[in-house]
Design a protein around this ligand. Structure first.
Ligand SMILES: [Zn+2]
Length: 227
C-alpha cells in the first residue's frame, strides 16, 4: 500500500485555538497535533487538518473497521487520553463515507452468508432428527414386537423431542442404548396403560404411585414384548 502511519486525531481536553484558522478549541474538540517551531506541538481543528469530510466509525466492530479502512483513501485514528490509565486509547476511526457504506454492504453480505449457513445446518439437523426417530422406532419394534407401530413412532418422536438438539443427535451417533428404549417405552405405558396420571392428580406421591401401578405396567410391557 505504501501508506505511512494513519494520521491521528486527538480528542483534546485542553482549551486552545487552531494554529491555522484561530478557531477557539474548547475541551472535547477533535484536533490534530503537528510539531511546530521549537518543538512545541500545535493544534489544528479537523477542518484545517483536511479531515472534516470524514465520518466517525466507533471502535467495536473489527470487520467493519478493517473493511472501511481498506476502502478509504484517507483515514485517521481517533484517540483520547485516559487519565486513569495514563495512556491514549483508540476510540475509533475517521473514514470516507463511501468507504463506510461499502464496508457495511460487505458485512451485510457476510451476515447473509452466515444466515444461509445456519439455515443449511438447521435442515441437516432436521434430517438427523428424522433419521433418529426412524431408527428409534425400528429399535422399539425390534425389542417390542407387540407394540403397534404408530405407538412406537410416537414414543420415538417424544424421546427425540426430549433430547432434542445436541443430546438427541449425539445419542443417535452413539447408537441407541437398550436402556433408553426400555425407559421410553415404560414411560409411555405408564401414562397410557395405567392410572398413574390419575394417581398423581389425586395427590398420591410419585414413589407410591409407581409402586401401585407396577404390576399393571409390567404386564403391559410384557404384552408388547411378547408380540
Ligand atoms: Zn482550523
Amino acid at each position: 500500500m505504501g501508506r505511512t502511519e494513519d494520521p491521528t486525531v486527538f480528542i483534546a481536553h485542553r482549551e486552545g485555538a487552531c494554529a491555522e484558522c484561530g478557531m477557539k478549541l474548547d475541551g472535547g474538540e477533535w484536533i490534530t497535533l503537528v510539531e511546530g517551531d521549537g518543538g512545541v506541538a500545535e493544534a489544528f481543528c479537523l477542518s484545517c487538518s483536511d479531515l472534516d469530510h470524514l465520518v466517525f466509525l466507533p471502535r467495536g466492530d473489527a470487520a467493519l473497521t478493517r473493511r472501511a479502512g481498506k476502502h478509504s483513501t484517507l483515514r485517521a485514528v481517533v484517540v483520547e487520553w485516559n487519565r486513569r490509565r495514563k495512556r491514549y486509547e483508540r476510540q475509533g476511526t475517521l473514514v470516507e463515507e463511501e468507504a463506510l457504506r461499502q464496508a457495511e454492504e460487505e458485512c451485510l453480505a457476510d451476515a447473509d452468508v452466515r444466515a444461509r449457513t445456519a439455515e443449511r445446518r438447521r435442515e441437516r439437523d432436521a434430517v438427523a432428527d428424522r433419521e433418529y426417530v426412524i431408527d428409534f422406532t425400528h429399535e422399539i419394534l425390534k425389542a417390542y414386537p407387540g407394540a403397534p407401530p404408530p405407538r412406537a413412532a410416537e414414543i420415538a418422536l417424544h424421546a427425540c423431542q426430549k433430547h432434542s438438539g445436541r443430546v438427541g443427535r449425539s445419542a443417535a451417533a452413539k447408537g441407541l442404548d437398550p436402556k433408553t428404549i426400555t425407559l421410553a417405552v415404560r414411560a409411555h405405558l405408564r401414562h397410557t396403560a395405567t392410572n398413574y396420571d390419575d394417581l398423581l392428580m389425586a395427590g398420591v406421591p410419585r414413589k407410591e404411585a409407581r409402586w401401585r401401578i407396577a404390576d399393571v405396567l409390567d404386564a403391559a410391557e410384557a404384552a408388547w414384548k411378547a408380540g
